[in-house]
Design a protein. Structure first.
Length: 188
């Protein structure tokens, strides 16, 4: 997913710290997800050229789910708001941004897949609207998509890995209706 080796090296520790913190929050459901994410993040990749990765950022925010995530898979709508920080890449004018997203899919606390749209407003005034798909196991969610419109990165591929934190007892109760997340993303 992260093609620029400098970005992988810098963000690798951040992702691992996020997954370890999430593992403490999610208990038994997390080991499989954490192992999958560590394997994905550490997989060997070809050396990147300057044009193969436009940039990567840390991502944080909060997602809201309606109805709340439970132990049973069902159709769920989501929205999230967050921020992109510590952006590094070939466009030095883009250093941060804000993101909003919405979509729906079949989800439960243990796994899920969705489709939606995310819009990033970059610090330099440019925008990127991305058609996204998510695939989650436990609290680890991989996001992938294509920038479909906007003034930055149109036609390029966007990927991210996010770790969500929530009280796992809510899964058996009223459902998880809100959860903070941290992770990293790249446009290439």
């Amino acid at each position: 997913m992260f093609t620029d080796p400098r970005i992988r090296r810098n963000l690798g520790g951040i992702l691992l710290a996020g997954y370890l913190a999430a593992a403490l929050a999610f208990g038994a459901a997390m080991p499989t997800a954490a192992a999958a994410v560590r394997a994905h993040a550490g997989a060997a990749r070809p050396a990147a050229t300057a044009s193969s990765s436009y940039g990567a950022c840390q991502i944080s925010g909060t997602a809201k789910f309606t109805p709340g995530l439970s132990t049973t898979s069902r159709t769920v709508k989501y929205t999230f708001k967050g921020k992109f920080t510590n952006c590094q890449g070939s466009n030095s004018k883009i250093t941060s941004g804000t993101v909003t997203a919405s979509g729906k899919g079949t989800e439960a606390c243990s796994s899920g897949t969705t489709k939606g749209t995310a819009t990033i407003r970059w610090n330099n005034g440019q925008t990127s609207t991305i058609a996204i798909s998510t695939n989650g196991v436990g609290n680890a969610v991989e996001v992938s998509g294509t920038v479909t419109k906007g003034t930055a990165f149109k036609g390029d591929t966007a990927t991210a890995v996010l770790a969500f934190t929530a009280n796992p007892t809510s899964c058996t109760g009223s459902g998880v209706t809100s959860a903070p997340f941290n992770g990293a993303g790249e446009i290439s």
